[in-house]
Design a protein around this ligand. Structure first.
Ligand SMILES: [Zn+2]
Length: 366
């Protein structure tokens, strides 16, 4: 098979060390990654321009929409609005530019159908060394691949965490010192409304001390829509928490392994799924990931990385290379792949497609 359009990255993604209040943390991120933040705003503006025929949404219109969502964030999670303000100040960009990219999935009512991630995890009964492992392929617009970085944060009022993000987006994929790990997969509920943006809800999960606290954040009232949150605890407890604006399902990994892509697994959630027949490649990736997971009970970092490089159903494979579609809204690829060893407190991350790029190791310091 010919593998095309893969950007090689010779250097690891930048590691940004931040600490203090939420405003200070945001400021430090914005200052260190000003170029990435600015670039991601330009990318979002360009994408809306290209999609104007479909969405009829200008950047100004998107900002006006974002203003309807932010009061919900301000009321429930003012500390993460502070982080957004800090990012904007540090990167010398307007607050509503940063807020708009963080509310983008909401203001476009998912018309972008952008992220098509794959997440999976196993507990101690499925690994060679008894560790808890989590894998996540982040699939997104190719233009944002340049803006990937890793945040090591020590907030004043939350457990330290290590997370991957890109551009001006709040971090939500990672793990914290309380042994909570989260990966998010887009799902497509039909009950979206104006409310709390998903990125802010999922940012809050990284501050949780216990699985129950993490799940309470996922189910916070007045949410605009929802993700699937793959939740892992260092004890080996694994969940998929499927969320929409008004409904949810908590799926527990009875057998010690779990996977998720971009369609609802729960029967009741499927009743409110928007255009389920569009989500064919999501189903193919899901079953493929599950089969590869069940192949062995002796998983290692390496066996997880092998799953992340899988090309079955190429280019809409787990290692996604789907960037040749004529409609720019359909173009996406794996912009990074990460494996979290929750027992060791380590994240291994490949920048770009993991079939062509090496993994780099990041440690959570306590
Ligand atoms: Zn690949």
């Amino acid at each position: 098979m010919k593998i095309e359009n893969t950007t090689p990255h010779s250097a690891p993604p930048p590691l940004i060390q931040v600490s203090g209040t939420h405003r200070e943390i945001g400021y430090q991120i914005g200052e260190a990654c000003a170029a990435q933040v600015q670039h991601s705003i330009e990318n979002a503006q360009a994408l809306l321009k290209k999609a104007y025929d479909k969405l009829e949404l200008t950047w100004n219109g998107a900002q006006i929409q974002t203003r309807k969502y932010m009061p919900f964030a301000q009321e429930r999670y003012p500390q993460y609005v502070e982080e957004l303000m800090g990012i904007a100040e540090g990167a010398s960009v307007a607050f509503y530019d940063v807020a708009t990219i963080n509310a983008m999935e909401a203001v476009t009512v998912d018309a972008l159908h952008l992220t098509k991630c794959t997440s999976f995890a196993v507990n101690e009964s499925f690994t060679a060394d008894g560790h808890v492992l989590i894998g996540h392929n982040e699939d997104w617009v190719p233009e944002d691949e340049a803006d990937v970085f890793v945040i090591h944060a020590t907030p004043d009022d939350e457990p330290p965490f290590l997370a991957m993000t890109y551009g001006g987006l709040l971090p939500n994929i990672g793990f914290n010192a309380a042994g909570i790990a989260q990966c998010c997969d887009s799902v497509y509920p039909s009950d979206c409304r104006i409310g709390l943006p998903r990125l802010i809800v999922s940012r809050a999960v990284l501050g949780a001390q216990t699985p129950a606290e993490a799940i309470r954040h996922m189910l916070v009232p007045q949410r605009a829509a929802g993700y699937n949150h793959l939740l892992a605890h260092q004890s080996g407890e694994l969940y998929n928490v499927e969320v929409s604006a008004r409904s949810f399902a908590i799926l527990y990994a009875e057998d010690g392994y779990v996977g998720h892509t971009n369609h609802y697994l729960d029967f009741n959630m499927q009743a409110i799924e928007d255009e389920p027949d569009e989500l064919v490649s999501s189903r193919v990736r899901y079953f493929r990931a599950l089969r590869l997971l069940k192949n062995t009970t002796k998983h290692t970092i390496k066996s997880f990385q092998t799953i992340q490089r899988d090309h079955l159903n190429y280019p809409d494979s787990i290692c996604s290379h789907a960037i040749d579609y004529p409609d720019p809204l359909d173009r996406e690829k794996t912009i990074n792949a990460l494996v979290i060893d929750l027992t060791a407190g380590v994240m291994h991350l490949a920048w770009g497609n993991p079939c062509q790029n090496p993994y780099h190791t990041y440690h959570l310091d306590l």
